[in-house]
Design a protein around this ligand. Structure first.
Ligand code: HEC
Length: 164
């Protein structure tokens, strides 16, 4: 009995709350991808008007295509954009570092399923409780609308960072 309880406890602590609990789901049915921080870095970014530090990561399919310069990205590609409030480093104020978590957003490629929005499914989860954004599935109009100017780059703003 004790052994079973210990195993359960160990499993819970390994899987973490986000996996053990129900995954938050956006109004269009896209569930959060809990492993987005384990994906590969595409680029960092900084949004001046909001004072947010972001990183954009991608799953294997997305990053392989971006590295090969393949566009549009193939089905199965997923990109995440994670944002934190920018804060001065307490021990070195000239340095800016990520403070409180703001939100995580996803773009999921499925050319057929998301044909109306350039082949991309959008989702946003806000704050530490990862609250799904949007009253109904219509929220994607806001996302897609702002990504339209980069339609010729498969609706992606971010370009993969250059390294030697
Ligand atoms: C007001 C304009 C605007 C809106 C609205 C918007 N985005 Fe973006 N998005 C951007 C810009 C600009 C970037 C480039 C990176 C950055 O801002 O840090 C970006 C980047 C992204 C990225 C990384 C891939 C890329 O294109 O660079 C994802 C994922 C993303 N947005 C998801 C969403 C989702 C989901 C929504 C809606 C809930 C949304 N966006 C709404 C402007 C917008």
């Amino acid at each position: 009995m004790l052994r079973i309880a210990l195993v359960c406890l160990a499993l819970l602590s390994v899987s973490g709350s986000i996996v053990a609990a129900e995954r938050p789901v956006a109004p269009n049915g896209i569930a959060i991808y809990p492993d987005y921080m384990a994906w590969k870095v595409i680029a960092p970014s900084y949004r001046e008007d909001k004072g947010h530090i972001r990183i954009i990561t991608g799953n294997e399919v997305a990053v392989a295509a971006l590295r090969a310069g393949r566009k549009p990205l193939p089905d199965g590609s997923v990109l995440a954009k994670v944002a934190w409030k920018a804060e001065k480093h307490p021990s070195f104020p000239a340095a800016t570092e990520p403070g409180a978590f703001v939100q995580v957003e996803f773009m999921v490629k499925d050319a057929k399923k998301y044909k109306a929005t350039g082949g991309w499914g959008f989702a946003r989860f806000v704050g530490n409780d990862l609250k799904p954004y949007g009253k109904d599935a219509g929220f994607v109009g806001e996302c897609f609308g702002c990504h339209l100017p980069v339609a010729d780059n498969d609706y992606l703003f971010t370009r993969i960072v250059k390294t030697p």
